[in-house]
Design a protein around this ligand. Sequence first.
Ligand code: NAD
Length: 456
Amino acid sequence: METYNSLLTKQQFFFRTETTKDIAFRLEALQKLRTAIKTNEKVLMEALRADLNKSEFDAYTSEIGFVLEELRFTIKHLQSWVKPKKVKTPVTHIGSNSYIYSEPYGVALIIAPWNYPFQLAIAPLIGAIAAGNCAVIKPSELTPKTSEILEKLIGDIFPEEYISVIQGGVETSQALLDEKFDYIFFTGSVPVGKLIMEAAAKNLTPLTLELGGKSPCIVHKDANIKLAAKRIAWGKFTNAGQTCIAPDYLYVHQSIKDQFLQQLKEATIELYGQKPLDNMNFTRIVSERHFQRLCSFLDHGKLYMGGGGNQERLTIEPTVLTNVTWEDPIMQDEIFGPILPVLQYNELSEVFTGIHRHPKPLALYIFTENPTVQQKVLTSVSFGGGCVNDTVYHFVSPYLPFGGVGNSGIGAYHGKGNFNTFSHQKSVLKQTTLFDIPFRYPNVKNGLKKIKLFMK
Ligand code: NAD
């Protein structure tokens, strides 16, 4: 079985040359990456089409354009982020100054999933480079074309001792995890996240876990129904529901349920056509196994819309299921497909009870015009991040660090958060030698009395 010890040794050696810590080097690397992505735009789009039938629009907005924007933002702000940050110094430390230095961890391992196979491998890489690390990327084996382009694109611009892409499946991932990296950044499912944390624990390697789960979407009685329906249809059915932060299920207030569902149907037709299975731009399900898993959910609940599928092309229509309960199979795990189950409620307390019985979600969406209800939801429920009156959109702001909480993940990235994630915050006190305050020493007269004036 292959080991990656020699690759890691090469990267560790390169890191120790301190080349990657140079700001000009980091900026040049980010710029090179940006140019390579732009040059490879067409082949990337073809690969994403081959792997997941992503349309050019989807490939650009959610993968290529997204990382270009993250690169632009990082290049623009890096000079200010890398500066040691001067912080206050307490009076007990008079004469000294205090700083926080952001230092790279060393060699980072990035393990990526298949649903946004380019973005979720490159976005963390941007943080790793910006912070001055070397990196090894292990993309998903389920999107082989994109992984192939990734390997070539990175191999063309960076030497392997700096950044390297290792293709392979579970065994490759495990072999990489046997090595002692300085940081692990994992995006994927909750069960695998637990295995990654176990492997990291063996070496006490710090890590970020970007996981998934069931993200609720609440539509309250006073919501702007038409807009809510459109934004939910988009957030749920984009990428055929294979988005970690897609609304997993709906909680709709009973008094507006019929009206809302009608609007949801219209919005879905507007976005994806009367016959979504004939829409050649509708993303497909990643594998036969996932296709079968999703189809099995249709045996429970009542079909409100959709329900059709094409096994040969692995596509499933945008589907809405009503008469669903928490006991149904579709409510047991993250759905990760274009099927939206609808629960109804009368009182918000029922919603909170339902959500609280399950692990903390990665995202939550609340549609209401009432600020008190908004506030109540935001303070009562713990979740990774989310939106009021929208879905998914918080993900694309570089000013909002993105990540989960509890079972949906540990840590966050994007924008400065991405730089911070791949940096150790080193606290440093610079002391004066011009004088020496005596209180702290045990031989000072009335020392305890004097120290109590400062430490009380
Ligand atoms: P996954 O956990 O099956 O695989 C992710 C990566 O881990 C792949 O590269 C895979 O090769 C590797 N892997 C799989 N089994 C492994 C093992 N036993 N040991 C070591 N490595 C292993 O996830 P997936 O199916 O590719 O992606 C879907 C999941 O990812 C969903 O749960 C989704 O919610 C989550 N996700 C989360 C985010 C986020 O940002 N929080 C983004 C996208 C996807």
